[in-house]
Ligand binder design. Structure first.
Ligand code: ATP
Length: 355
């Protein structure tokens, strides 16, 4: 497996880009560790597939360089890059048996028969298809066919990386959950370098060691699920990750205090962003306490979603979502208080301060 270096990658689909907005990828400059499991997460059109296709060689970037373990592969074909790919829809040979579907990429590379047999059987065990080895792929369900696609990616342990493009989209919700945790275990056991595109945050957060959050052609943050939850670098990350996402509100700062409407809140540490047009405070619903003391709010809506409630409130003109755990009550005269450890301050959407 390989380390992947993305050096100043930019990509425009049109032939005559004039400004940044003509670029599907604006500037991607990162190094991804050998054996890392990375999920590319972001809304539709933010550039995830473009970036994955640049790594796989399906797209040649307009600018920049791609290195695998320090070797420049920018001008190599997909085959020459030695990667495995799993797409949204299963790419398998219907007329072959399940066994032969997995053996095919190994036979193509001249792997000795005994090793093919060992690897194929081991992989079939991993994906729970051992008892289907001799069945023709044609008669299988969509889930099983996608498992074969996954198996074809995983069977080649000599590849530089395995790339996944929304591989679980066609899988039913229960099987999705099973395959996601199997992929995670396989990664922990074999240390593949994996890059996984998804717009589903649950998928990204459960599968990946590092989540790469993209927005409008740029990477806005790479972090562990915990870092993205606790310290979103950009208000977009706070809002996009979490259910519901982070509450973001305009504030005025002075002397270690933040002013929201007519209320003053003590910050965990003083921050003085220079020259910012917009200063905002971000706090996740999990860090807002609903009780009888603090700042008075009006209840706008209560959504009961089983184990907890999402309570939508108004603090003067500001919308604030709160999560109330099972058994927690909603007082007749509700007030909110912010847990200082959940407070982040943003200047022009980017987080500032060392808190
Ligand atoms: P999705 O989750 O919907 O697949 P994405 O994050 O993978 O979206 P991309 O498919 O990489 O995003 O698209 C990034 C931008 O590039 C979008 O504005 C898209 O319209 C544009 N784009 C993608 N493919 C092409 C193409 N072949 N020609 C022109 N523009 C394209």
């Amino acid at each position: 497996m390989a380390r992947i270096d993305l050096n100043h990658i930019r990509h425009a689909y049109g032939s005559n880009p004039r400004s940044d907005k003509d670029y599907a990828l604006k500037e991607v400059h990162h190094s991804w560790e050998d054996g890392g499991a990375y999920a590319l997460l972001g809304p539709s059109g933010c550039g995830k597939t473009t970036l994955l296709n640049i790594i796989s060689g399906l797209i040649h970037p307009s600018h920049g360089q791609l290195l695998f373990d320090g070797v420049d592969v920018t001008n190599l074909s997909t085959q020459e890059r030695n990667i495995a790919q799993v797409f949204q829809f299963p790419v398998i040979y219907d007329t072959m048996t399940v066994y032969d579907n997995l053996a095919f990429p190994l036979r193509n590379r001249g792997v000795p028969q005994a090793e093919i047999d060992r690897k194929v059987r081991e992989t079939l065990e991993m994906i729970d298809l051992a008892s289907w080895a001799d069945k023709k792929a044609r008669g299988l369900t969509a889930d099983q066919k996608q498992k074969i696609s996954l198996g074809r990616g995983l069977v080649r342990s000599d590849v530089n990386a395995i790339l996944f493009d929304e591989p679980l989209t066609v899988i039913d919700p229960h099987m999705k959950w099973v395959l996601r945790s199997q992929l995670k275990q396989l990664h922990q056991r074999f240390g593949y370098t994996m890059v996984y595109v998804t717009h589903d945050q649950t998928e990204a957060l459960t599968f990946a060691q590092k989540v790469v959050v993209m927005y409008d052609g740029e990477i806005v943050q790479i972090g562990t699920p915990e870092e993205l939850f606790e310290r979103p670098k950009h208000t977009f990350v706070g809002y996009f990750i979490g259910s519901p996402g982070m509450n973001v509100m305009p504030v005025k700062l002075s002397g270690g205090m933040a002013q929201i409407g007519s209320h003053q809140i003590q910050l965990p540490s003083p921050v003085m962003p220079a020259n910012a047009k917009v200063i905002e405070l971000g706090i996740r619903p999990e860090y807002v306490r609903l009780g009888r003391t603090g700042m008075p709010v009006k209840i706008a809506k209560v959504e009961d979603i089983g184990r907890h409630k999402i309570v939508r409130t108004k603090l003067e003109n500001q919308d604030i979502a709160i999560i109330v755990e099972e058994g927690g009550d909603i007082p007749a005269e509700p007030h909110v208080a912010f847990d200082p450890k959940g407070i982040n301050i943003y200047a022009d959407s980017w987080r500032v301060g060392g808190q």
